[in-house]
Design a protein around this ligand. Structure first.
Ligand SMILES: Cc1ncc(C[n+]2csc(CCOP(=O)(O)OP(=O)(O)O)c2C)c(N)n1
Ligand code: SF4
Ligand SMILES: [Mg+2]
Length: 293
């Protein structure tokens, strides 16, 4: 059953109309995120949404939460600072494939490795949308882009595999074609302690769709329907039919120590040691009363 709630209470209506082209997937991801927020009854005043620069990163500007619209490639670095200073806050990063896998690739690897308790929702429209359709590390080999007019020669990266290998403790992939599942995997990612990555296969009908002759936004959603498959459904397919399918669902989980907790333990230990050494110094420095000399 679709959830009925007042979505406007989470939006900055004074920022409307939004900048997105008709049929863009960004609004679908934003609404899946808000349904997850509603489900979890998160307080927008205790939730921080951080984004970089890109069409997808405009989401932070439209949400009436604590928001930071930062610099291209750096939202995870800003988010890490926020979480370290205020571990009690719920921190969510929403950014694009270019932002995360290209200029921000280094921050991505280390956020996964540190396993800091936050959720990253990465909208993979397979292109740099905002700047006119340059290819990103997630553009499939052979696809056309403004910077690859004869076809992209680079192999496509898999950020889910990268996140798992780097140490993220929750890794999931969803698609805008499956909004209910998308909401579920976002909610589960936010509930889980540690670094959660959710890659969302999305559509840019303008800069990716046009040059690659993918038709309308609806055609691109139908493509997702035919080319994505849940882990459960994949298991039922013969090996020959599995090739080239984009697998969705919760792809990996692991348990590791969480960064802010380790940092808090370290701070406590250092403070205790400092206090004890100061007490010892005080004792050593007590001079004998004059009459005893
Ligand atoms: C340091 C820096 N380099 C480059 C840019 C230009 N720039 C802005 S958005 C963008 C790419 C956006 O692509 P993506 O992250 O995939 O987001 P989308 O627009 O597709 O949602 C680039 C290269 C910038 N703003 N800052
Ligand atoms: S250019 Fe593409 S990603 Fe950007 S708003 Fe338009 S459809 Fe969406
Ligand atoms: Mg993009």
């Amino acid at each position: 059953m679709p959830k009925i709630f007042n979505i406007k209470k989470y939006l900055r209506m004074n920022k409307m109309p939004h900048i997105w082209c008709p049929g863009c997937g960004n609004g679908m991801v934003m609404s899946a995120f808000l349904r997850a927020v509603e489900d979890l009854r998160l307080d927008p005043n205790k939730t921080v949404v951080v984004s970089g620069i890109g069409c997808s990163s405009r989401i932070s500007g439209y949400l009436d939460f604590n928001t930071l619209h930062t610099t291209h490639g750096r939202p995870l670095a800003f988010a890490t600072g926020i979480k370290l200073a205020n571990p009690e806050l719920e921190v969510v990063v929403i950014a694009g494939d270019g932002d995360t896998a290209a200029i921000g690739g280094n921050h991505f690897i280390h956020a996964c490795r540190r396993n800091i308790n936050m959720t990253a929702i990465i909208i993979n429209n397979r292109i740099y949308g905002m700047t006119g359709g340059q290819y990103s590390p997630l553009t499939p080999k052979g696809d056309l882009a403004a910077t690859a007019p004869f076809g992209n020669v680079e192999p496509e990266a898999d950020i889910c595999k990268l996140a798992e290998a780097a140490g993220a403790t929750y890794v999931a992939r969803g698609a805008t074609f499956r909004p209910v599942n998308l909401e579920d995997i976002i909610r589960m990612g936010m509930e889980r302690k540690g670094f959660s990555l959710i890659e969302v296969i999305s559509q840019c009908p303008v800069y990716y769709g046009r040059i690659n002759k993918r038709g309308s936004a609806v055609d691109m959603l139908k493509w997702q329907r035919d080319n994505t498959i849940s882990l459960q459904a994949l298991a039922k397919l013969p090996a020959s039919a599995r090739k080239n399918k984009i697998v969705t669902g919760v792809l990996a989980t692991q348990t590791r120590t969480e960064y802010t907790e380790e940092y808090a333990k370290l701070t406590e230990r250092v403070q205790k040691e400092k206090f004890e050494s100061e007490r010892k110094d005080d004792k050593d420095n007590v001079s004998a009363p004059k009459e005893m000399l």
